[in-house]
Design a protein around this ligand. Structure first.
Ligand code: SF4
Length: 181
């Protein structure tokens, strides 16, 4: 029988949430027995090979490519999960949300104390994904089915969530997996 598929993506994130997933240690062998990893930076598969049961999304949307990837995941995954605080509410990248985009670009490419930019131009190559006016949480762009909070969520929380979904059980976390202190 074909195994259920799981896909993952990192949008405007730091890959810490993916690292946390890999922190399930030897349970990764069990995971590979249970599921087929589809499109993911873990295996570098670029396109979906079929419909996925679960999509894990790290990071919010800071540029148009992030939006397209997130929409692509929504189209191809039955259950879409915001993994970590960046996906849930923008996280550190969203610190720019109170500053106009032009000011952010001027500081990054023209006025910042460490900037060396003899051209005096802000990069605008069509190959570079267009920055959005602010960073958007995933649920502001598409419907998300679950949120797993934390920066990053603990490996045990990710494991617990995945196994519950694969077994068709509700996500019912023990207290120690959802307390943050
Ligand atoms: S939630 Fe934390 S660990 Fe995850 S992508 Fe954001 S900054 Fe990195």
């Amino acid at each position: 029988m074909e195994k259920p598929k799981v896909a993952t993506a990192s949008l405007a994130g730091c890959f810490g949430c993916h690292m946390s997933l890999l922190d399930i240690d030897d349970r990764i062998l069990k995971l590979v027995e249970l599921v087929q990893i589809d499109k993911s930076p873990i295996n570098d598969i670029k396109k979906f090979t079929g419909r996925c049961l679960v999509g894990l999304i790290e990071g919010g949307c800071c540029n148009e490519e992030n939006v397209h990837v997130l929409q692509y995941f929504r189209e191809n995954c039955d259950i879409l999960i915001s993994v970590g605080d960046c996906a849930i509410m923008g996280g550190i990248p969203a610190m720019r949300n109170n500053i106009p985009l032009k000011e952010c670009l001027d500081e990054a490419y023209l006025n910042g104390p460490t900037v060396y930019n003899p051209s005096g131009k802000i990069p605008a190559d069509p190959e570079i994904p267009l920055l959005l006016n602010r960073v958007y949480a995933c649920n502001e762009v598409v419907k998300m089915d679950f949120h797993l909070p934390g920066c990053p969520p603990p490996a045990d929380t990710l494991w617990h969530a995945l196994v519950a979904l694969l077994e068709g059980r509700p996500l019912d976390f023990p207290y120690e997996l959802i307390k943050y202190d």
